[in-house]
Structures are given as structure tokens and as C-alpha cells.
Write a protein that binds this ligand. Sequence first.
Ligand code: ADP
Ligand code: MG
Length: 571
Amino acid sequence: MKGREELERILARIDGKGYKAYKDIQGSYLFDTYILHIDHVQGDPFAAPSRLRVRVDQRHARIPAEFYNTPARRVACADFLTRSFARAIEEVAGGSRGTGKSGLIAIDRCGQEILERTAMVVTDEYVEARIVLGLPARGRTVLGKEARAMLFEELPAIVEASLLYKSIDGKSLRKHVEVKEDQVYLRSKLPEYQLAAFIADGSVLPRESGISDRPLRGEGVVPFVSPPELAVEITLPNAGPVKGMGIPQGVTLIVGGGYHGKSTLLRALERGVYDHIPGDGRELVVTLSTAVKIRAEDGRRVEKVDISPFINNLPNQQDTVDFSTPNASGSTSQAANIMEALEVGAKVLLMDEDTSATNFMIRDVRMQQLVAKEKEPITPFIDRVRQLWLELGVSTVLVLGGSGDYFDVADTIIMMDTYRPRQVTELAKEIAREFGTGRLSEGGGKFGRIKERSPLPRGLDPSRGGKTKIQARGLHTIQYGNWDIDLSGLEQLVDASQTRAIGEIIHYAARKYINGRATLRQVLEQVEGDIENKGLDIISPYYGQNPGDFARPRLLEVAAAINRLRSLSVR
Ligand code: ADP
Ligand code: MG
């Protein structure tokens, strides 16, 4: 281990030299309270910034073990410190110090969720921040003094202000950890109460805007209140007893007039598979972690998916047991999305009329009379939704303001009325008896077994022009070798660092487990096991160094990305 003086000497020596001279600072240096690892030095001031790690010994950090001594607490504690570090950067860092990224100091950005990330690691021995830094230059000339200011003044001040227990707000840290722990606990309790989801009274569901995930504020916000018939009380380890609306497993319908808050409720349920930060408004909105938002997604590719429970006898004689298409329609894409989700373990389907294909959802009696069953390839969802529940134990929560035909197949009906839920099951059932639909059920027989597919290695090569090319662009696109994977249909993907992780996980799975025999589900469960045992770093090509910015995605989103890869082939 070199002393910090050594780093100072090198910086003085390379001052004014060409940018490549920065390579000399790669290595590890002992500072007063931490070790600075300079793992990777950028090639020029415009390239991706240099990757560093700051490892603070717990003798100095002194984070109490009670904040990280369980998996949930550890994730919450790391998340808190990541935010703390980011805030300190804003307060301390001086901004641009020259050309391109010169002067930049950054750590992965956290949103409203508390996610497991590679940006921060907390153990009994140390706290380690994985950061990037733009080594300063004018043109391509090393600015040694500016680098010295960044590494010897700014960075120590940031570390001092954000990673040492004595400088952080212990109360906020405790709150962060407790809120996370309560959510994990609450979600784990849902099966015992036979619930698919729970929404605590007082929750704030609407968001600031279509592009902001922060809570809506102001006079007009109506906090959530459970209807008495669906109220459940659950006692949490930290918050104590909380009351709220339990959405039972089975088939649940959310009805109500336009603009009364139906989709807002469903979106909160979609996000309820994640834990939220204190003050988000959804800290006690939890959904079973196997809940999947299903929507129509026309144009997507489908590779040998058994969509036959929903679609049969296509006019071109096309096979629907091994259905493939480069360009799915609204209904076939929605059918494929369901079957693929079931294949990897989805137990709750979340659907909204706003994003569903009408002909997939319903075929009413008049249409049944005009277009004979033999001429209609689609068995609408209304005729399968109960089979999904009774045969496979798969629940559905469905937003539907436009058709009362679903009254017949629902177990629970919730009406949103100016953002307030009412339980209207009996009322709706009475209406259903009085006004029969006359519809014939078309779902004869059984839903049937869910087919599992085994991906072949050949479709999963990430090379392009002889080099491995895996790159996420924003939240919704991954370039994987020669292909772009379009993830814009995945509404439960919430963080660009998850998108980055998915790209690497596909490659990791392809290298280690995809062999043409293992099913997609087996492969992804093995990957999950590896992440569980060895940490999220394991997916990175830079394991052992600063691994890059990754946040843990669900297995379900990884599967969805693989399913959307245009080169995928399966057995
Ligand atoms: P629907 O799906 O029933 O047509 P939306 O869920 O899209 O309605 O909600 C319509 C509008 O009402 C949105 O702008 C949303 O932000 C707002 N909204 C939803 N719930 C609430 C609430 N509890 N308090 C205040 N505004 C809300
Ligand atoms: Mg809506």
C-alpha cells in the first residue's frame, strides 16, 4: 500500500504532461481515514470518467451494526449512505475544472425506491463507496494541481461529511432502515392474510407528474382510506399496528368513472414490489413480489411462446403453441406477456384497460352472435381469469371502467370515487344478476400447464465487431451485441442502474448457465442464488474493483428483457 504522499508526488510529476500520464496514478493509497483505490483511469477527458473506490474502515466510519445486521437493513443503510454521499458532493464539489468531464465527482443516483446497489457496500470491516471522477485536464494536458485539489481536498471533505457516523443524521438513518424493514416484513405477511397487496391508510398514491416519481403535494391530494369491508390491521416490527386496505388474492376489479384515480391506484400496486423511502407516500403500499404488470405491446418480438390458452386457429394456420413473430399484434403481445410472466413465476397479474388490447379483454354477446367462435382466434381474458386463479393460483387485479361483463368473474370489486375506494362487490353482483350479459363463456376446458422454454446459447452472444458490447441507454434500451433490446413496455423497471444490470446479467447467465437444457426459470434462479451469496458485484466484468453502477432488478424483468432480445432462440 502506498502512502498518500506518493500520489501527491505523481500528480506533481505529471502536471502539464499528456493525459495518458494519468495512468500512473492507478493503484491504492492510504489516507487518514480511508483507502483510496484508483481502479481505472479514463483515456481522455471526454471518455467515461475514472472509477475509484473509497474504503473507510469501520474504526473510523463507526456505523452501528444494528443498521446493517440483516439483509434488508444492510440494503437500506447502503442506500442511505449513497444518498448522503451524493448530497455531500453537491455541497462540496467545485464543478467543472477544465475540459470535458474534468472536475466531476459522482455516485449512482437513487430515486424513490430503496434498491440494492453496487455503489455502496457496508460490512463489519468497512464502508466502501464506488464513485467516478473526471480527472482534470485543459485540452489533453494534465492539470495536476486541480487533480490534487479534487483528491486531497474535495474527496476527503465529502467522505468526512457523508460516511462517518458522527457526521450523519443518525435519526434519519434509523428511520430509513426501519421503514425499509417494515416494508419487507409487510410484504412477507401478505400470504398469511391471503392478500395480493396492502395499501395503508394515509398513503399518498398520486405522483407529481408523468415524468416525476415524487409524491403529489398540496391541497388537492386525497390520502388513501380503506373501505371498512376491506380494512386489515397488520402489526409491523417498527411502526407497530397499521391499518389499510387489503386486496385479496383472486380476481379483483377496480372500477369507477374516468379520472377518479383507478390507474393511479394500479400504478402504486405495480411499484409496491419495491420498497420506498420515508416521505414517498407509498412506504406502506406493498404488493407480492411476483406481481407483474401486463400490457399490450404491439411490435415486440415473440419467440416460441405457448399463447394457445388465449389464441388459437389463426387464419394463416400459424402455430400458437410455439408462437413466434417479429412483430406481435396488441392481443398476441398481451397474451405472450402473460405466458412469459407465468413461465418465470408470476403470481399476480396487474392490468389496466388504458394499456390493454380491447379484443384481448372482452367479446360481448352481440359480437359473439355476429362473429362465430370458430372465426375468432382469441379467447378473451374474461374467460381465462378465473381458471388462472382456480387452477394456477394466479391472482389478477384489473382496472376496468368500460365493461361490466367482468362483474361475473370477479371476487372483489372496488370502485374509485373521487380518489376514495369503496367496496361494491355485492352491489355489482346484484346488478349482474338483474342485467345478465347473455354472453357465452368461451374458455372451455382448462387453462392448462405452463410450458417452460430453454434458451439456446447462440442467440445470446454480446459481441459486435469482435468486441463485447453491452450498453444500457437510459431506462428503456439495452444494446446487446448487434441488437437493441426495447424495454419500454416494462413498467416495473424503475431505475437505469437496473437496466445496466440486466444487460450484464444476461451475459453472466449466458456464460454460466445457458446451455440449451436449463430452462429460463432455472437459469435465472441460479443467477439469483449467485447474487444472494456473493453480492450484486458478481455480475460485473470488473469484479474486485469498482464494478460500475448497478441496481438489482427482479428476475421477472431480466426474463422480460431476454424475451425481447431479437436474436433469442429457444428449444
Ligand atoms: P383514472 O384511471 O380513473 O381515469 P387516474 O388514476 O389517471 O384516473 O387519475 C386522474 C388524475 O387524478 C391524475 O392526474 C392523478 O394524478 C390524480 N389523482 C389520482 N389520485 C389522486 C388522489 N388521491 N389525490 C389527488 N389527485 C389524485
Ligand atoms: Mg386510467
